[in-house]
Design a binder for this molecule. Sequence first.
Ligand SMILES: C[S@@+](CC[C@H](N)C(=O)[O-])C[C@H]1O[C@@H](n2cnc3c(N)ncnc32)[C@H](O)[C@@H]1O
Length: 313
Amino acid sequence: MAGGKQAGLALALATRNDASRKKLAAQANAEGRFAPANMGAPAAPASGEQAGRRRTGLRPPLKWAGGKRWIVPYLEELWRPHRHRRLVEPMCGGLSVALALKPARALLNDINPHLINFYDYLKAGLTVSIEMVNRRDVYYRYRDRFNELIATGQADGAEAALLFYYLNRTGYNGLCRFNQKGRFNVPFGRYKRIAYVNDFTAYRAAFAAWEFTARDFAQVGLKPGDFVYADPPYDVEFTSYAKEGFHWKDQVRAAQWLADHPGPVVLSNQATERIWKLYKALGFSLRRLSAPRMISCTGDRTPAQEVLAVKNL
Ligand SMILES: C[S@@+](CC[C@H](N)C(=O)[O-])C[C@H]1O[C@@H](n2cnc3c(N)ncnc32)[C@H](O)[C@@H]1O
């Protein structure tokens, strides 16, 4: 296909100067050149849709299962008196919350290394130089290349970051699924048109004062004054964010870890009976919310019951 060689060349070019880009971004950070935009008085609560339009000049760059843009109006109220604190999201996913709250300082972590690699490169300044088209043949070729990079230990470069973005936007339902060997295996999506982002410059400024890490939440170094917003995978049988999965023992581990934090904590999850009981027993205040499901493997779009659990607020 016409763009094949071009795309391969562009990917190769994109990987050049990665070290220098990261170094430059680190310098900019150290010098404190970042001044977050629109850091004035927080907006009054609004519907998720209104809030999203008004607040975010910057939309989450990826499609991400379990995205919590709709929950932002509730979080804003809780966050407002604490916005001088560092925001820590131990399971940051698609970044819909951080991009909406716009904290001056943030530690954003997720166990998915490809996701964090993409954010690291946005922060360092990622130039889109691959051909991004919504075509099955291109998709599978890029998927093969992405898996080759994983297999050969090159999944932490700019090429992998760009491919991850393309695969996320073009693949089925924005899913991020890996098989037991860690190979990305999401099929081609069914979109008529895709609005690919071709200029990521704005993310570079927004991310400049934010730190990204890729580890298990329990390895995130919390400071006592941190404001923690945790959004673990739903308490359901099947989760596909990472090859390790997220089981009931992990839900319990997360709840205990959050309960141990002496600063403000907010948790959202599916309001199953056992999640409700777990957080209640650990001294959290609970609130039930009705939510639209934005991505569902079964196509089921009925509202889910969610819980917002807070502590030290
Ligand atoms: C519901 S999503 C978060 C969505 C996010 N709040 C948003 O608005 O896009 C849950 C996230 O938890 C991450 N995750 C799963 N297991 C984890 C673990 N053990 N430690 C840290 N993150 C984990 C997943 O990769 C996924 O991105």
